[in-house]
Design a protein around this ligand. Structure first.
Ligand code: ZN
Ligand code: FE
Length: 263
């Protein structure tokens, strides 16, 4: 793995995670244990195949978070070339699905377990993969750094419920989302709450990173709790900043999501 340093996004007790930029702003992740690999949300196959070959990895699984093409475009080609198994939510729209996984299921990768959490909102069957052993979360298009996915199929209640679940994971959990949207998300957050110090500090640091084209992922759940407005619909400071201090958290969440759609 000598030459892979630019791709390495995480080295844990048992696993390593490679981060591959794809399409305009997607990330594909390769989870590695010894000579075996799992790929999360392959937008395409070519780059993944190259890396598997280069590092002599055997692909065991594709882990899908949801059916959108920018997360499943590589499924069929990778399956054909490697014979791997495609895991994802029970949904006819998941290209090449071999085995449906659902809330409460555990997927073992060597001895490391990944929990499947159901997080409806962006799509109705969206799931995420969380390993408490390694402290990592593959959050697809549910949770982004400083933001969340658009609500295409679910309701604001569902999306807020999904995000509350992720918010309650340990603060040190590293988040690997489906897209590099951090800068625009923080610019939006700063527009809502110009006085929010945590948002300003993070925005400054992310600006510097993006100027040098450095990926901003992974970030920590603890950072999201203070600077992601979609984790803070129940924070009176956010309600006050947008003039909704007497509204419910769901109303505030829905309003902030709508503002972001138009931003
Ligand atoms: Zn999506
Ligand atoms: Fe996406």
């Amino acid at each position: 793995m000598e030459n892979s340093s630019s791709f390495v996004a995480f080295t844990g007790p048992h696993l390593r995670v490679l981060r591959l930029p794809a399409l305009s702003d997607n990330y594909i992740y390769i989870i590695i244990r010894d000579d075996r690999a799992a790929v999360v949300d392959p937008a395409g196959s070519t780059m993944v195949e190259d890396l598997l070959k280069r590092y002599k990895l055997k692909l065991e699984y594709i882990l899908c978070t949801h059916h959108h093409f920018d997360h499943t475009g590589g499924n069929m080609a990778l399956k054909e070339v490697t014979g791997c198994e495609v895991l994802g939510p029970e949904d006819k729209r998941i290209t090449g699905l071999d085995r449906a996984v659902r809330e409460g299921d555990k997927i073992y990768f060597g001895t490391v377990a990944f929990d499947v959490l159901s997080v409806p909102g962006h799509t109705i069957t969206h799931i995420v993969y969380y390993s408490a052993d390694e402290g990592i979360l593959f959050s697809g298009d549910c949770l982004f750094e400083a933001g969340c996915g658009r609500i295409f199929e679910g309701t604001p209640e569902q999306m807020w419920g999904s995000l509350c679940r992720l918010r309650s994971l340990p603060g040190g959990t590293k988040i690997f989302p489906g897209h590099e949207y951090t800068l625009e998300n923080l610019e939006f957050a700063a527009s809502l709450e110009p006085e929010n110090r945590a948002v300003q500090v993070r925005l400054e640091s992310v600006r510097k990173m993006r100027k040098k084209n450095i990926p901003t992922v992974p970030a920590l759940i603890s950072e999201e709790r203070v600077s992601n407005p979609f984790f803070r619909a129940d924070d009176p400071l956010l309600g006050k900043a947008i003039g909704m201090e007497s509204n419910t958290e769901i109303e505030i969440f829905a309003a902030v999501r709508k503002m972001k759609d138009r931003y």
